[in-house]
Ligand binder design. Sequence first.
Ligand SMILES: Cc1cc2nc3c(=O)[nH]c(=O)nc-3n(C[C@H](O)[C@H](O)[C@H](O)COP(=O)(O)OP(=O)(O)OC[C@H]3O[C@@H](n4cnc5c(N)ncnc54)[C@H](O)[C@@H]3O)c2cc1C
Length: 425
Amino acid sequence: MKIGIIGAGFTGLTAGLILQKKGHQITILEKESVPGGLAVGFRAPGWDWSLEKFYHHIFTTDHYIRRLGDEVGVKFDFRRPNTSSLIDEEILQIDSPATVLFFPKLSMIERLRMGMVIGYLKYLASWERLEKYTIADWLPKMMGRHAYRILWEPLLMAKFSQYANEISLAWFWARVKARSTSLGYPRGGFQHLADSTAAKIGNMGGQIFYNLAVSQILQANNQLIVHCQDGQTYYFDKVIFTLSNAALVKIAPQLPTDYKEKLLSYRGIGAISMVLEFKKPFFRNQVYWLNICNDNYPFLAAVEQTNMIDKTHYHNHHLLYIANYLVPTHRYFQMTDSELLQEYHPFLNKLHHGYQNNLLKCYVFKASYAQPIMPVNYSQRVLPHQTPLKNVYLANMQQVYPWDRGTNYAVELGEKVSVTLAGDK
Ligand SMILES: Cc1cc2nc3c(=O)[nH]c(=O)nc-3n(C[C@H](O)[C@H](O)[C@H](O)COP(=O)(O)OP(=O)(O)OC[C@H]3O[C@@H](n4cnc5c(N)ncnc54)[C@H](O)[C@@H]3O)c2cc1C
């Protein structure tokens, strides 16, 4: 069968790998010049590993992507880096039961209560009973308002902005359930993993075309006709579409109106990532991940990559991400890199006074669709892979509920959509 896959992120790459192995003729069409999607990397002169434009790591429980790594010969290394929170301008480590037990901003009763709630969620086997509650309702009732307000509310607000109060407790359960204190990273970076997967698809006879933005999918005479922006046309028996729901509405005009309306009713949020390259470390106490729980800060986390991955891979420089999730209409999306740095500057200076003296370079990356919004009872809204347009299959991050978007779930999704497609006549 001739199968077209739109998008060479981890969903598209995994589906391509599996279906090519099954003997189908795979063609992946990708808008960018390299594979990897939201996990794509870049490499500055002198670096021997690439760095993701948006921070990335995996958890020990991320079996799907670890298996993909094994298959294409890319190893993951696991470490236990320091995760902390910034509360009232104080950096406090909070990444293990012991650090929760001694957490100074909460009373002993509050710490015990929080520990019990997290423990309960961690050991609860399923999420179905939880999905009718919002995190914003359930969590303060269970762990107490003060603990919620200090630690969790700022994170929820930062991650989901105006949608924070709508997010289903099942999503929170999934985050607690899947998280490990050890974090994994592929040797060479996620770009190396994407490149190795793409190379394996190529070695088996599959084709990947880059710099090709698909503009339309049409169905005629039992065939799918895929038009690209540069005027090229491809013909397939089946197509897997891995972009956002909104993109499917634009690209597949023959879809029925009610399905298009449904697709457009799903919401997502964008992300802006700033990467700062330094001569010296940014954090003095080896912090890898700093959650910002002070709501006056203009960003949600600061992540020092080189406190998890050895700086020798980046020309002995130190790399810091400044992370933000924002609605795509937010004014930061219109700012130049230096305007954004100016906006962040007073707050970076609070975290490390005089940081500018060591600053070598600033890179900014923006994605208008990065994080799906999953409100209560979302399981009833998860779309099947088959779309009403025969032989067109949808596989994107809106379908990995209750799990948080992630490369592991992209790999799982790629596996699932391949099984569905192969099973259909
Ligand atoms: C800020 C941030 C932090 C993250 N952190 C982590 C993390 O720590 N760990 C983790 O595992 N995951 C993380 N993720 C999530 C992870 O990157 C994604 O969930 C995953 O990569 C999604 O893969 P995908 O293939 O489904 O979609 P995508 O990666 O979005 O792939 C879609 C592909 O389609 C291509 N495309 C778009 N339009 C067209 C077109 N018209 N024609 C052809 N191709 C097109 C795109 O260029 C892209 O390559 C993070 C994401 C963000 C934004």
